[in-house]
Unconditional design. Sequence first.
Length: 186
Amino acid sequence: MRLVVACVMALAGIVGLVAESTAQNASVAARIGAGQSAQATATVAPNDGVLLEILLPGGGTQSFPQLGLELVPLSGKAGSPALLARDLDGDGVDEIVIRGSVPPDRGAVLVFRWDRTAGEFVPVEFTNDRDETTKYLVVDLAGPVLIDETGMIEAQYEATRQDGRKSWHVARYRWTGRGYSQSADN
């Protein structure tokens, strides 16, 4: 879990940490099987950023601090959720999805999957088209992140070329059984 925090904060350091955080809170219940659920709550604290806390059955808690500076709606539209619980891989158990900002112009999407053996949520890996693997998906700060009915994650982002021209791109990530991998159908 510390690896996730270190990776997200390192990413934030690379793109520059200059932004003001606003007070935000979000909460969802995630079905984890056998009639049980876990309650996930994301809060934003000035100078500390996004904290995801998951209350597990039996009273245990998992904490994932510094997941960006503020919560960002997945759809990129105000009022839409930045935190959701949804079965992305079709196993009947919900994954927890959160999106945080990594200023000045990036965001990070993290997916946490229930590990029955460990009795806790673990971050899912994302592998891009260059076979680079991280515990988060780097996305455009304001661009939409869509999740379709099959659990495919689609992120739209803007790129600036060396000559200053800008272009929009779409990256699609499909569940592989172990994590998400960038799909060739872009």
